[in-house]
Design a protein around this ligand. Structure first.
Ligand SMILES: [Zn+2]
Length: 132
């Protein structure tokens, strides 16, 4: 394997077409046939199912995803992992100021940047995803 000096690499500029990440057509990587768009139901886990708009080769059944659908699958895998009982988590004590509960985020999770707001995505009546 050739060693590459990452410090000496120059920036590269790429331009993507408007539909580059959500292609309307794809060609098979094996036989170069035009692929057909097919919905695929994928059970990521017992709790999470995702419908992907994949491309399938009519000749050899090779399947491919556009970037947008691959991202959808990534999100489904992430949600599945979050719902798993073995998902990494940590506990924090809540403070109470008389009206509101106050959550303190460990500084190491905010990457040293000051945060003035976070996003809370309710998942269930007693579960939420916190994004900062
Ligand atoms: Zn093919």
């Amino acid at each position: 394997m050739k060693n590459v000096d990452l410090e000496k690499l120059e920036d590269a500029k790429f331009t993507f077409g408007r539909r580059a990440f959500s292609p309307r057509k794809m060609y098979c990587g094996r036989c170069n046939n035009k692929m057909k768009r097919v919905p695929i139901d994928m059970y990521v886990s017992d709790d999470v199912r995702v419908t992907l708009n994949a491309f399938r080769c009519p000749k050899d059944n090779e399947e491919m995803l556009g970037f947008d659908e691959a991202r959808k699958l990534d999100r489904a895998l992430l949600i599945s992992r979050l719902l798993s009982k073995n998902a990494y988590s940590f506990k924090r004590k809540l403070s109470y100021d008389g009206d509101n509960y106050i959550l303190r985020l460990p500084a190491e999770y905010t990457q040293g940047k000051k945060r003035e707001e976070i996003t809370i995505v309710p998942l269930e009546h007693n579960e939420a995803l916190i994004r900062w």
